[in-house]
Design a binder for this molecule. Structure first.
Ligand code: FCX
Length: 454
């Protein structure tokens, strides 16, 4: 079928049967040991969450339904059939893969793109009005969380549940409809937030129903060549490259299994049967932390500051000295390290490949040059420093500085774009949580006395 929902209807009974059998056959099998170190150490290495759409291997990095980023580049449909164009796959294809575990056809993806285009044409009036009345200087992520939470006035799941009109087996269908509406609204929501922080609320571009989801994010930021208001004076080649960067960025930030703060917050809040708007709004609040999504913005500040101190981004000894000074002042090197990964983040590599494919665009940008140089030097310094378990760059090391290069200088806004992409993984899981009838999350806590008595 061309309809994602119809494909899910076929899949769900099989998965329901599987989870019943698992519970019966393996319910008492132990997955691992929970140590005191894990209880007081942010639950590290504690394998206790169910997440189907992606998995994270410390050495191989992220896999989406078992597929690496490179597999996805080879398998998922692109906008154009011309492979020479080196276009990234459409994020809609990634969403389909996360939901179903299947590689969609081009027809299925264009159908989904169209559905998101028609649904996302306009924000609900209530949300639009509420956002227009917020002070301009409200943090962009707070604006996004408010906008998303306010959309719960349109939640079909919440409405049907309140009226007692749906049984447990049907929850997923209404959650699915809400999820589609939420993801479809993200280009408009992010465009509105950007127009408010960059242009006093003046619209920067148009929403085009017949274009794909990530194109519409770019269009509403005023970043496509067709935009009447080209704030950044981009050439048409730069606009095309930016659209491609957005496809890549929103295609690879979708999911990072459940342990990360934004995904886990969405999952946890959703387990109380809060609707998708409230659940993802909570996830967005978590993404706004500097140790999580906001790190991309910290990286940009860091690179700009370092460039003003070192005379050239090629000056290796000064870069090294700068990183050491930062560590001595007990600050973290933003964009480096990870709670799970123990190698360079493959998402960082994908973004660096984007840069390497365009030397004429990036070789004169000293921030981008420094980003690349730092990725060779910082791991050596961090290894010698000996504290962090992973001295290699993560995705945030490269993402923000590329947006900055194309003219998005409002650093706090980067995480809003991250949130557009991250919606796809946690909200996929939310649909499956309801389809499989997973219960409310309710672990148990320990205090000093109980820990000492172990
Ligand atoms: N620079 C300096 N010190 C670092 C460091 C870094 N980049 N990364 C970790 N450390 C330190 C920790 O602060 C900790 O010190 P402490 O013992 O005094 O508390 C010690 O090394 C051990 O930490 P470690 O186990 O390696 O890392 P954690 O799992 O605790 O933390 C994050 C992981 C990502 C939070 C950490 O590496 C960090 O702060 N990095 C910089 C911020 C960043 O880039 N965040 C984005 C992460 C990611 F991509 C995302 O989720 O979005």
């Amino acid at each position: 079928s061309l309809e994602l929902k119809t494909v899910l209807k076929e899949l769900i009974p099989r998965r329901r049967q599987e989870i019943l059998e698992l519970r019966e056959r393996c319910g008492n099998i132990k997955v691992g040991n929970i140590t005191v170190g894990s209880v007081i150490g942010g639950m590290r290495d504690n394998k206790s969450m169910f997440w189907q759409s992606s998995s994270l291997d410390p050495y191989e990095g992220i896999k989406f339904q078992g597929k690496t980023i490179q597999d996805c580049q080879n398998l998922l449909p692109r906008d154009s059939k011309d492979f020479k164009k080196k276009e990234s796959f459409l994020p809609e294809g990634m969403f389909w893969l996360l939901m179903t575990g299947q590689i969609p056809t081009r027809e299925q993806i264009f159908h989904l793109s169209k559905e998101l285009g028609v649904t996302g044409r306009k924000l609900p009036g209530y949300t639009d009005k509420l956002m227009s009345n917020l002070p301009f200087d409200v943090h962009p992520m707070t604006q996004l969380a408010i906008g998303l939470a306010s959309m719960n006035t349109t939640s079909e799941f919440a409405r049907k549940y309140e009226k007692g009109q749906i049984g447990k087996d049907e929850y997923w269908e209404y959650v699915f409809d809400d999820v589609i509406n939420l993801i479809a609204a993200l280009p408009q929501l992010s465009g509105k937030i950007y127009s408010r922080i960059a242009a006093n609320g003046e619209p920067l571009g148009e929403f085009k129903e017949d274009r794909d989801w990530s194109y519409n994010i770019c269009s509403l930021l005023g970043m496509t060549s067709k935009c009447s208001c080209n704030l950044q004076n981009l050439t048409s080649k730069q606009s095309d490259d930016f659209v491609n960067l957005m496809k890549l960025y929103t295609g690879i930030h979708v999911d990072h299994e459940d342990g990360n703060v934004s995904a886990h917050a969405t999952h946890l809040v959703g387990s109380a049967l809060s609707d998708p708007y409230l659940s993802y709004s909570s996830g967005v609040m978590g993404l706004a932390g500097p140790l999580h999504g906001l790190a991309a913005q910290e990286v940009v500040r860091f690179l700009i500051e370092m460039n003003s101190y070192i005379s050239s981004p090629h000056n290796e000894s000064k870069i090294e000295k700068y990183v050491w000074n930062l560590l001595r002042s007990k600050r973290v090197v933003p964009g480096y390290g990870h709670a799970v990964l123990r190698k360079t983040d493959p998402r960082f590599i994908a973004l660096l490949d984007f840069v390497k494919a365009r030397p004429e665009e990036f070789s004169q940008d000293k921030n981008v040059v420094l980003m690349e140089k730092l990725s060779e030097i910082a791991p050596k310094v961090l290894k010698e420093h000996g504290k962090c378990k992973n001295p290699y760059p993560n995705v945030d090391s490269a993402s923000g500085i590329l947006f900055y290069h194309y003219g998005i200088k409002e650093l706090l806004f980067f995480t809003v774009i991250f949130a557009c992409s991250r919606s796809m993984g946690p909200l996929t899981q939310l649909v499956w949580d309801r389809a499989l009838g997973l219960p409310i999350e309710r672990p148990t806590s320990l205090n000093f006395n109980s820990l000492h008595s172990l």
